[in-house]
Design a protein around this ligand. Structure first.
Ligand code: GUN
Length: 281
């Protein structure tokens, strides 16, 4: 039987200390930490995420500035809003919720956010710094995973780590963080051959492919640490992850549940990055 990694509890613990940091900022700088959240369009999942981010800001004592542009917002409309937020001194972090509507060029829009205000850690400079193992703003989900490993005393040094998924938001920065922490890292994706064998070689398996219960027990080594970044629905519409939890928990040493694992950490790390960005401003 495995130990469940409690992301909810760790997120709560971190939020308490972030609240103190936010108060300290207000006392010393005479202004609140500010985070601008930009949502374009009506994607239902994005609306839920944005609502949760704003709620987290309230909890931590960060002032949120929320902008909702219509689905058919033009490139110029989005860019001019970002330019305004870049110029606004009280906005320390800018977040553009992804995915954007198809007619907008995601990369072009993200490039308008200066690295210092890029609290998602998505821009080329922040990603480049991460690749070079320099201090930077790190993407929230993989950053949260590293905090969870640390909290549970799991040191990636010398371990075989396998990351399933190669997205810019999770898979790639996750692989770089594990590499920076001295793990031996393999990144798997939809074209990987012998996936079962590669996954079963992992001491630490991080799964971020967005397919419900994709990782089965035969893909997991006895005693592995299994981190599930997925947020899916099973055949009955119930929330579940990318890992078949019931089967895999019998083999893993540590495992993150869904919900209550990685999810609560992601938004907390956004608060963490915003506090960092404010203090560095
Ligand atoms: N869409 C899904 N995850 C994220 C995230 O971490 N940040 C932003 N901006 N959009 C997302």
């Amino acid at each position: 039987m495995s130990i469940k990694i409690d992301g909810k509890a760790l997120a709560q613990e971190l939020r308490v200390s972030l609240r103190e940091r936010a108060l300290e900022f207000k006392k010393t700088r005479g202004t609140e930490i500010g985070l601008a959240v930009v949502l374009v369009g009506e994607d239902p999942a994005s609306q839920v995420y944005v609502r949760n981010k704003i709620k987290a800001c309230e909890e931590v004592g960060i002032k949120s500035y929320s902008y909702h542009l219509p689905q058919d917002a033009s490139r110029e409309q989005v860019l001019s809003l970002i330019d305004e937020l870049v110029a606004e001194e009280n906005v320390h972090g800018i977040l553009v919720q992804l995915p954007l509507p198809k007619h907008l060029n995601e990369q072009e829009i993200l490039r308008h956010i200066p690295p210092k205000k890029d609290v998602d850690g998505f821009c080329a400079e922040n990603v480049g710094n991460l690749a070079m193992n320099r201090e930077t703003i790190v993407a929230c989900t993989p950053f949260g995973v590293m905090k969870m490993l640390e909290k549970y005393g799991i040191d990636p040094k010398g371990k075989t780590a396998v990351v399933l998924g190669r997205s810019n938001i999770v898979g790639k920065p996750m692989a770089m963080l594990l590499l920076n922490a001295d793990a031996t890292v393999t990144v798997c994706h939809s074209k990987t051959e012998n996936l079962q064998k590669v996954c079963a070689s992992a001491d630490i398996l991080v799964v971020a492919i967005g397919k419900a219960k994709f990782v089965t027990a035969d893909m997991v080594k006895e005693g592995a640490v299994v981190i599930d970044v997925g947020m899916d629905r099973d055949e009955n519409g119930k929330l579940c992850g990318d890992v078949d939890f019931e089967a895999v928990e019998k083999k893993a040493s540590y495992i993150t549940p869904v919900p209550g694992g990685v999810g609560p950490m992601t938004i907390t790390m956004l608060m963490y990055n915003t506090v960092l960005a404010a203090f560095r401003s």
